[in-house]
Design a protein around this ligand. Structure first.
Ligand SMILES: Cc1cc2nc3c(=O)[nH]c(=O)nc-3n(C[C@H](O)[C@H](O)[C@H](O)COP(=O)(O)OP(=O)(O)OC[C@H]3O[C@@H](n4cnc5c(N)ncnc54)[C@H](O)[C@@H]3O)c2cc1C
Length: 445
């Protein structure tokens, strides 16, 4: 019997040499369709990575049209995003094949339906958590590995959420940068018993134990999508359902004369983020009034040749106990009611010009380095473009669960609170991780 219609050359080619026939081991999505009238059956299997169809295979039982449309649809969908692939219609497939006989248009042109079914299967599995996330796909991404970020990542992973943490500087954040070998203060149970470097080491071990993935990468951008976010780093792209911003704080420039000249190229002006080994056998002036300034000055004992702690106020804003300890350090001189007017030198810092406001007296002090241990401000670089609400104080506004005004984005630690304490940073990390877990549980119900 002769066919009552002619197949196009393309149909014949795809029928004789079908592309992408077979199955995929551990397919992410499977779509099956069949037409009981003509008996055609099709199955399409997908491998999806970062919402892109990385691999696609089909098995079809049916006529030449059924095989050609299956083969063609796999070619059309491969490499496309799920969104783009969902736009492929029966009509598009027939057009790509340079037409199908009219009777076959309704009977055997099922391939686009099988593709849509496979994508739906993948998306349903993803929603219920059955889908295995691909390599760069995470449930939670944490930006910053200070106390807040490490706590958030470790607890999130402990709760079973696939978690990645990004760090561009020192693992452990600010705590591990300056003076990490002195003993921790103000942490019930650990005060005076453990150093920041030991705490961070132990936290990193916990993160490792909980299989948190660590990436030494700088997150430069976050794009918002309906169900997930895309993070772009200096090395690649990642997706995550929830993002925890734990970028901490950065020093505020003081505006003191000479600061800009010597703050770069190891010129002698440093902030709290400097490595204290830079001060070995140096004469160092520490300028600031709070805990960080006194702590930095104390830390120089045994490193610097001499240190002078200077504040414009008439006393330091720290507990008496801490001040008493600082006063007991022989190499440390303390000046109150004194402002730092200028930092001078030819190539490097050589001299500090001070003004004692109580005596109205100008002083010059020969120093090799100045540590500006003043104000720190939240590091908002990564959130700036997102439209995240910032409070008047400069911190990211969050609710009690550390949620920002953007769905799925949290902020924890020094980027979100002025309470500059480890215990607060860590607690906020844990609260955010638990909220993500709870929401996840709810969505699965
Ligand atoms: C000298 C000093 C001593 C202190 N001692 C004590 C103490 O004894 N007891 C106490 O309770 N508190 C102490 N604190 C305060 C405590 O350290 C902080 O409250 C806490 O460490 C804040 O942690 P964090 O995770 O919010 O921020 P941070 O520790 O600042 O961590 C933020 C991290 O994010 C990273 N980051 C930023 N942007 C990006 C990006 N785009 N991509 C990737 N990574 C990024 C940064 O490199 C940084 O490592 C001290 C602070 C200082 C400065």
């Amino acid at each position: 019997m002769t066919e009552p219609f002619e197949y196009s050359e393309k149909v014949k080619d795809h029928f004789r040499n079908p592309r992408n026939v077979g199955t995929i081991k551990d397919a992410d999505g499977v779509g099956r369709v069949g037409n009981p009238v003509c008996g055609d059956m099709m199955e399409i299997q997908l491998k999806v990575e970062d919402d892109i169809i990385k691999d696609i295979k089909f098995k079809t039982f049916g006529c030449a049209s059924a095989i050609a449309t299956s083969s063609m649809v796999t070619e059309m969908a491969k490499g496309k995003t799920l969104e783009e692939a969902l736009e492929i219609t029966r009509g598009n497939v027939a057009d790509e094949l340079e037409g199908l006989p009219p009777i076959k248009m309704h009977c055997s042109n099922l391939a686009a339906d099988a593709l849509h079914a496979a994508i739906k299967d993948y998306l349903d599995k993803k929603k219920t958590g059955e889908a295995k996330p691909s390599e760069n796909e995470y449930e939670v991404a944490v930006i910053g590995s200070g106390a807040a970020g490490l706590s958030a990542a470790t607890i999130s992973s402990y709760l079973g959420l696939k978690t990645v943490i990004f760090e561009i500087g020192e693992w452990g954040g600010i705590l591990n940068k300056f003076c990490s070998s002195r003993l921790i203060e103000n942490y019930p149970g650990l005060t005076g018993k453990m150093s920041p470097e030991d705490l961070i080491r132990s936290m990193l071990e916990d993160a490792e134990e909980q299989q948190v993935e660590r990436k030494e990468e700088m997150v430069n951008n976050i794009e918002l999508r309906t169900d997930f976010k895309i993070l772009t780093t200096d090395k690649g792209k990642y997706t995550a359902k929830a993002v925890i911003i734990a970028t901490g704080s950065v020093p505020v420039k003081s505006g003191i004369l000479g600061e800009s000249k010597f703050a770069t190229d190891d010129g002698g002006v440093y902030y709290l983020t400097a490595d204290p080994s830079r001060f070995e056998n140096k004469r160092v002036l520490v300028y600031g009034n709070g805990y960080n300034a006194v702590s930095a000055a104390e830390c120089l004992e045994g490193i610097a040749q001499s240190a002078t702690l200077v504040t414009l106020e008439d006393s330091f804003d720290v507990p008496e106990r801490m001040m008493k300890r600082a006063k007991g350090i022989e190499m440390l001189k303390i000046l109150t009611s004194t402002s730092l007017l200028e930092i001078q030198g030819a190539e490097r810092v050589e001299k500090a010009v001070l003004h004692n406001t109580a005596e109205d007296e100008k002083l010059e002090m020969y120093v090799d380095a100045v540590v500006l241990a003043g104000e720190l401000k939240p590091d908002l670089k990564v959130v700036d473009k997102l439209g995240i609400e910032i409070m008047e104080s400069g911190f990211v506004r969050t609710d009690k669960k550390q949620r920002t005004n953007i769905d799925g984005i949290y902020a924890v630690g020094n980027v979100a609170t002025e309470i500059d304490l480890l215990i607060v940073a860590m607690a906020q990390g844990a609260i955010a991780a638990h909220d993500i877990y709870d929401l996840r549980k709810e969505s699965r119900r």
